[in-house]
Design a binder for this molecule. Structure first.
Ligand code: SF4
Ligand code: SF4
Length: 346
């Protein structure tokens, strides 16, 4: 298994650098293949905000696939908001128009059985196309610590079903097991992580923008994530999805091509060590809690709608901490950065 790390310091040069590297993966595709490209289209944010996959990266993928005569579509199911607006604001719609490629929302669920979780609704188009190219963004994630290739395929679960899974899973460890199940079902042919500019601190939507200067590629998303952790000096066992992948034996022998290394500031919610099962409920009690800033909140109610525990009341500007499961979805979807993660004294 090969993991390629391409040094790339700007999006001006990213399209060409990635296109040149994709030639080495041409054998994975045949002329006439239908290929679904799955970027990170989390929400309606501009490319320079580093929340979503940069259009320069999507451009390289579309250009390459078109040149080798594949039939291409681009699709995702965002965490919140109007899909067309998100496609426009992220710059992905423009790139799709440039290559005459349809871009649509994944909103047609079909139940699939994973190894751990059964009846996971995933969009049926994922299973109708010949190949998937998973194009993730390198970011921190307040719940999962990092979001890389494996977490990105959670966007193949349509709409509000995503929030419901936080309740059904209950713990971060269980949620990671779900994400690994989904990645195995989606089974991307190729995984690309856009880390030219990504996010550190309290990502995935309101962290600090950071230039990492890398584009990473591999046919194996589990191993790709593991290598990125190592190269950023992050202990793989504290990244929930990587730990789950290791426990399931999914990290395979690999060669790394490319000299890139970096550092990343992790979210304040990151555990110091992997939490043993016996201590998980205590760790959960001690974990940070969301708090709404009255001055920053514009009362759009997105957090209230997306909270899987129905713990938020925007009219009263209150969070019911007895109901809150600390999934940090509210922190992720708030467009104003109005939700902070704080320690509460019980
Ligand atoms: S209040 Fe926020 S962290 Fe708590 S359950 Fe709701 S979305 Fe999750
Ligand atoms: S906290 Fe954020 S998402 Fe929630 S209502 Fe206020 S601005 Fe909207």
């Amino acid at each position: 298994m090969k993991v390629s790390l391409l040094r790339c310091d700007s999006y001006e040069e990213a399209t060409q650098i990635l296109k040149n590297a994709l030639i080495n993966f041409a054998d994975l595709f045949r002329p006439g293949d239908t290929v679904l490209v799955k970027p990170n289209m989390l929400s309606a944010r501009r490319p320079e905000e580093a929340v979503t996959t940069h259009p320069a990266i999507v451009r390289a993928v579309l250009s390459f696939l078109k040149e080798i005569k594949c039939s291409v579509v681009v699709a995702d199911s965002p965490a919140s908001g109007n899909f067309q607006r998100i496609a426009e604001k992220t710059g992905i719609k423009d790139v799709c128009e440039e290559f005459n490629v349809p871009v649509f929302e994944l909103d047609q669920p079909v139940p699939m059985n994973g190894e751990v979780y059964k009846k996971i609704n995933i969009d049926k188009r994922i299973f109708e196309v010949d190949k998937i190219v998973n194009v993730a963004k390198l970011k921190t994630h307040s719940q999962m610590v990092l979001t890389l290739a494996v977490k990105n395929t959670f966007g193949c679960v349509p709409g509000l079903e995503k929030s419901g899974w936080h309740m059904r899973c209950g713990t971060n460890e269980n949620f990671a097991a779900l994400l690994v199940d989904i990645h195995k079902l989606v089974k991307p042919t190729l995984n690309i992580v856009d880390g030219v500019v990504g996010m550190e601190g309290n990502g995935p939507a309101n962290g600090k923008i950071k230039r990492f200067g890398v584009i990473a590629l591999s046919t194996d998303g589990f191993t790709l994530d593991f290598v990125l952790c190592k190269r950023m000096n992050v202990e793989p066992l504290i990244i929930y999805t990587v730990r789950e992948s290791l426990e399931r034996g999914l990290i395979v022998d690999h060669d790394v091509e490319g000299e890139w290394t970096s550092r990343i500031e992790l979210p304040i919610t990151t555990p110091v060590l992997p939490v043993p099962e016996a201590l998980r409920s205590l760790a959960r009690r001690l974990a940070r809690s969301p708090r709404i800033s009255r001055t920053k909140c514009v009362r759009c109610r997105i957090c209230e709608e997306r909270c899987p525990a129905k713990a938020i009341n925007i009219d009263k500007m209150k969070i019911d901490y007895e109901k809150c499961i600390k999934c940090y979805v509210c922190h992720e979807v708030c467009p104003q950065g109005a939700i902070s993660l704080v320690r509460r004294i019980f």
